[in-house]
Write a protein that binds this ligand. Structure first.
Ligand SMILES: CC(C)(COP(=O)(O)OP(=O)(O)OC[C@H]1O[C@@H](n2cnc3c(N)ncnc32)[C@H](O)[C@@H]1OP(=O)(O)O)[C@@H](O)C(=O)NCCC(=O)NCCS
Length: 174
């Protein structure tokens, strides 16, 4: 297990609330605008994220956890519905986005540890990560948290005029 020695003690992880929405939206939009990591191609608006926030309450299968330091949002992790049909409800898709200036210091591990501790209390059987290739840091983080390859969708999305492969990873929870 990797030691998160770079992570300071002033970091607080808690459920996301409306007060975080602007910063969470800014972090996400960085990746929308500059990378194929997410397949959204247009920036999202804070107002449109209210629904997303409501879909991730402080209890239940679908969570939003935020990492903060000195009142600043450093990043967030979510568990969300994998597919809408009911039999999928015991599976979640997990996702994680750090502010670009806070990657590479072990924060991802801190957020995922808190997320999976929270999910251990819930009726969740499988978690899936859906990772545009290449993304070495994300692949390593997910593998460290017990995710294993479950297949690749080849050239499944087009962004910036290029087709991108997406790797699916799967992790058992209970
Ligand atoms: C992916 C992400 C959440 C990882 O969190 P992080 O705190 O930056 O990751 P860590 O510092 O714990 O590093 C994770 C692993 O990736 C490695 N790594 C970190 N940055 C890397 C890079 N730029 N290239 C290759 N490997 C890298 C680390 O050495 C570590 O490897 P290990 O677990 O084998 O020791 C974070 O980098 C991020 O938000 N990236 C942009 C958004 C994104 O890609 N989200 C995932 C969408 S699927």
């Amino acid at each position: 297990m990797r030691q998160n020695t770079e992570v300071g003690t002033g970091i607080r992880i808690r459920p996301g609330t409306e007060e975080h929405l602007k910063e969470l939206t800014d972090i996400y939009n960085h990746y929308v605008i500059h990378t194929p990591i997410t397949f959204d191609v247009e920036p999202v608006h804070v107002e449109d994220r209210a629904r997303w926030l409501a879909d991730h309450p402080p209890t239940g299968r679908h969570r939003l956890l935020v990492a903060e330091e000195a009142g600043q949002v450093l990043g967030y992790a979510t568990s969300s519905a994998l597919r809408p049909k009911q039999a999928y409800e015991t599976s979640v898709e997990t996702s994680i986005y750090l502010a670009p200036e806070h990657t590479g210091r072990g924060l991802g591990g801190l957020l995922y540890q808190a997320l999976f501790e929270a999910l251990a209390e819930e009726d969740v059987h499988r978690a899936y990560a859906v990772i545009t290739q290449p993304n070495e840091a994300s692949m390593r983080l997910h593998q460290r948290f017990g995710f294993r390859p479950a297949g690749v969708h080849h050239e499944v999305g087009r962004k910036f005029g290029t087709y991108w492969d997406v790797a699916w990873l799967e992790r058992p929870l209970r």
